[in-house]
Write a protein that binds this ligand. Structure first.
Ligand code: AMP
Length: 213
């Protein structure tokens, strides 16, 4: 059960649940969104290529994302498994994983109705240093604006504005939602309903994975 994919609309809580699973099972959370944001922050060539798509809520090209994912899962800490958070996001990316010979054990969808997503997004915060996820209401930091994990500054993402959230949801429905069928066919798909409270969703996630709470 150590190679997992988390599927779900932007704001469904993938990052938060990936962190909980990572802490519990001791396997890394691999977030292509966090890696891309880091590259943008550092002004690397990759960051420059990705920035425009990210700011507008579009997807970064499959070639770029598949490349960074491939390098990341080859690192030693991923040898015993990992949680993919935000990858794959297109059928082409899922096929690339298959081609790489990565045998996924479980694909967990966190389902949250669209109408609840927009309200949740305005309270979302992310640590600009380590990428940890927070929410001012549902998962606040102990000290306002400061990451509990690394002491970095928590900020609102530039792509969390209401207009960009709507285009990201449309992109999700068009490009990423078909992955539910893709993985349902392999018998690997499990769906958990995202709850209002983070801890309630985590309980359902652990139960679905057969992990002790
Ligand atoms: P996230 O933090 O997962 O919401 O990702 C933030 C942004 O990074 C997305 O809106 C995309 O522009 C880009 N991104 C992250 N992961 C991928 C991916 N697997 N494929 C294409 N673009 C991605």
């Amino acid at each position: 059960m150590n190679k997992m994919i988390l599927l779900g609309a932007p704001g469904a809580g993938k990052g938060t649940q990936a962190e909980a699973i990572s802490d519990k099972l001791g396997i890394p959370q691999i977030s292509t969104g966090n890696m891309l944001r880091e590259a943008v922050k550092n002004g690397t060539e990759l960051g420059l290529k990705a920035k425009e798509a990210m700011d507008s809520g579009a997807l970064v090209s499959d070639d770029i994302v598949i490349g960074i994912l491939k390098d990341r899962i080859a690192e030693p800490d991923a040898a015993n498994g990992f949680i993919l958070d935000g990858f794959p996001r297109t059928v082409a990316q899922a096929e690339a994983l298959d081609t790489m010979g990565v045998a996924i054990d479980v694909v967990m969808e966190i389902a949250v109705p669209d109408e609840r997503i927009c309200a949740r997004m305005s309270g979302r915060r992310v640590c600009e240093s380590c990428g940890a996820s927070y929410h001012i209401e549902y998962k606040p930091t102990t000290v306002e604006g400061i990451c509990d994990k690394c002491g970095g500054k928590t900020v609102q993402r530039v792509d969390d504005t209401p207009e960009t959230v709507l285009s990201r949801l449309a992109v999700y429905q068009e490009k990423t939602a078909p992955l539910k069928d893709y993985y349902a066919k392999t018998g690997k798909l499990v769906t958990v309903e995202g709850q209002e409270e983070v801890a309630d969703t985590t309980k359902l996630v652990f139960k679905a994975l057969g992990v002790q709470d």
